[in-house]
Design a protein around this ligand. Structure first.
Ligand code: ZN
Length: 294
């Protein structure tokens, strides 16, 4: 069977762990309801909605209810929720959030790199002082420790968001020590993160459960899109058991999430990644991060 046909088939049963839907402060291709309906129609097993601005747990619950389909949410710790705000995290957990991202568009590191994503550049060139996880001595701030403990207790996903690899190394090691069982490194091959292969291996050694690669990084959403081979190389370097494939789609210039997932699977098949490994990365691993048994 050719890769294109195979990829289309493999969307069935997959989970997209990273979709940006509307309503949002940025233009989005689809709203929450449309994302859920299309994923259900495509035979996917679940989706997770991400916003840079607010907790999506309640939105996910409503989209799931209306469509009778598993939809999950989370919260990114940007200024709009108070930044590194343990009280907001506690509330998100009680609302059913499955993933807490460290700062994304308001991360100090990201604000330096924001030119790499034209969509955000105009909005963020404001001289904003970004959020940084470490204190002057290089240790995690007390608020981050508190947040780690809330996440460990709730047994949900801690994700690195758009912080630097330097912060992420410290964060992941501490989260692992404090009992967080689901630690996701958000798009480490993305141009603004640009982990080396050695850094990806190191962060897994420090306790990261999953490296999450996204097809969005290969599209013209990025000023300098990465080659699919960069992701294939990363998969081979740490193994499928430590990798998830998500779309990070939702941008108006990219295809819909279901098509983006198909494209991602196609690209990895073409790179020679075995079908069984792709199933692990698009189904088994995200299911485990969501606590689902499929
Ligand atoms: Zn994203």
């Amino acid at each position: 069977m050719d890769s294109r046909k195979k990829a289309k088939e493999m969307v069935t049963g997959s989970i997209d762990f990273h979709i940006h839907s509307g309503p949002d402060i940025f233009p989005r291709l689809l709203n929450d309801m449309e994302v859920a309906a299309q994923a259900k129609e495509a035979g996917m097993a679940a989706v997770l909605l991400k916003s840079h601005s607010e907790c999506t747990a309640a939105r996910a619950a409503m989209a799931g209810y209306v469509n009778d389909f598993p939809v999950f949410g989370g919260m990114a710790l940007n200024y709009s929720v108070g930044g590194l705000n343990p009280e907001a995290v506690k509330t998100a957990v009680r609302m059913g959030a499955k993933e807490i991202w460290m700062p994304t568009i308001h991360a100090a590191h990201y604000l330096k790199e924001v030119d790499s994503v034209p969509m955000f550049a105009a909005l963020l060139k404001s001289g904003m002082k970004g959020i940084y996880l470490l204190d002057d001595s290089g240790r995690l701030k007390e608020s981050v420790i508190e947040i780690i403990e809330i996440i460990a207790e709730a047994d949900i996903v801690l994700a690195t968001g758009h912080i630097s690899s330097k912060e992420a190394m410290v964060l992941v090691e501490e989260a692992n020590k404090r009992g967080v069982k689901k630690i996701v490194v958000t798009h480490p091959t993305s141009p603004m993160e640009a982990y080396t292969v050695e850094e990806m291996q190191e962060i897994v050694e420090r306790g990261a459960t999953m490296l999450e690669h996204v097809v969005n990084d290969t599209t013209h959403q990025m000023k300098n899109p990465i080659a699919p081979s960069v992701i294939a190389e990363a998969i081979r370097a740490v193994g499928a058991e430590h990798t998830m494939m998500s779309t990070d789609s939702g941008q108006v210039i990219n295809p819909a999430p279901t098509i983006s997932m198909e494209n991602f699977i196609y690209l990895m098949l073409e790179e020679g990644i075995p079908e069984e490994e792709i199933r692990v990365m698009t189904r088994d691993n995200p299911a485990r991060m969501l606590g689902l048994s499929l």
